[in-house]
Ligand binder design. Structure first.
Ligand code: UDP
Length: 239
C-alpha cells in the first residue's frame, strides 16, 4: 500500500487550461486527463476539493475595461467558474465518479448551495467536491476562494497547477537564466514580488498556515507523485 503524504487536498485549476481551440467549447481532453488523475487519487483514499477558475471565458477586470461596472463584471466572471465546474462535474459523472458541485450563491437546480457540513459529508462518502462561483463577492479571484475553501476544509495542502514547473526567480519564458525555487516562505514571495498568485490570496494562506505547492500540470502523473510524496516537485511555499 502506497504511503499517502496528503490525505485531503485543495486543487486549483485555472480557467486557461480549459480553453478550447473550437469556438464555444471546452478542452475536454484536458478535463479527461485531469479526471483520470483525480480518479487515481480517490482510489488511494485522498479527499479532493477542486476550485476551477473562469479565465477561459470571462474575467471581471477585462469586462470592466469595456466600461461595465465591476460588480456585474465580477458576477459574469464567477458565472464562468460555474460553467467550467459543471463541465468537469458532468464529465466526472460520465466516468461514473462520485462528485458534488457547490456554489457560494443560490443557483437552484444547477449547483448545491455551499455548506461546510454538506461538503464534509461528501468527502466522507468518497465524493470529489467541486467549488464554484468563487467567494460569491466581487474583487476577489478564484485563488482567494481556493485559499478560503482550503482553510475551511482543513486541506493538508493547496495545490496550484500551472503551465511551468513552479516559481522562478524571473519569467522562464523570456529569461533563460531564471532559476526554479524548490521552497519559499510566504514572505519571500511577497518581498521578492514573485508572480505566484494575487497577494490577497497569499496573505490568506499565510495567516492560516495553508501550505501551497505550485507545480506543472502537464505531467500526466503529477498529482499521484505529489500525494505519494515523490519530491522534489514544483515549489513548496510555507511559513
Ligand atoms: N471572481 C470574483 N470573486 C471571486 C472569484 C472570482 O469576482 O471570489 C471573478 C473575477 O471577475 C475573476 C473571475 O471571477 O476574474 C474568474 O476567476 P479567476 O480570474 O480567478 O479565474 P482564473 O484566472 O483562475 O481562470
Amino acid at each position: 500500500m502506497k504511503k499517502i503524504k496528503y490525505k485531503r487536498i485543495l486543487l486549483k485549476i485555472s480557467g486557461e487550461f480549459l480553453k478550447s481551440a473550437a469556438e464555444g467549447s471546452i478542452n475536454a481532453v484536458f478535463i479527461d486527463d485531469l479526471i483520470k488523475q483525480i480518479q487515481l487519487l480517490t482510489k488511494l483514499g485522498v479527499q479532493i476539493g477542486l476550485v476551477v477558475g473562469g479565465g477561459n471565458l470571462f474575467r471581471g477586470s477585462n469586462l470592466e475595461k469595456l466600461g461595465m461596472r465591476r460588480t456585474i463584471s465580477d458576477q459574469i466572471g464567477m458565472l464562468s467558474t460555474v460553467i467550467n465546474g459543471l463541465s468537469i462535474y458532468e464529465l466526472m459523472f460520465k466516468r461514473h465518479m462520485q462528485a458534488r458541485i457547490f456554489a457560494s450563491t443560490t443557483l437552484a437546480g444547477v449547483c448545491e448551495r455551499y455548506r461546510l457540513d454538506k461538503v464534509n459529508k461528501s468527502f466522507q462518502s468518497g465524493a470529489v467536491v467541486i467549488f464554484c462561483f468563487g467567494l460569491g463577492i466581487p474583487l476577489f479571484t478564484t485563488d482567494s476562494s481556493a485559499c478560503v475553501h482550503g482553510v475551511e476544509i482543513q486541506a493538508d495542502i493547496f495545490l496550484k497547477g500551472t503551465k511551468v514547473n513552479g516559481v522562478y526567480s524571473g519569467d522562464p519564458r523570456s529569461n533563460p537564466s531564471a532559476t526554479l525555487y524548490q521552497t519559499l516562505t510566504y514572505d519571500d514571495v511577497l518581498n521578492k514580488k514573485l508572480q505566484v498568485m494575487d497577494y490577497t490570496s497569499l496573505v490568506l494562506a499565510r495567516e492560516n498556515k495553508l501550505p501551497i505547492l505550485v507545480f506543472n500540470m502537464s505531467d500526466p502523473k503529477i498529482l499521484y507523485n505529489i500525494v505519494t510524496g515523490k519530491h522534489p516537485v514544483g515549489t513548496l511555499i510555507t511559513e
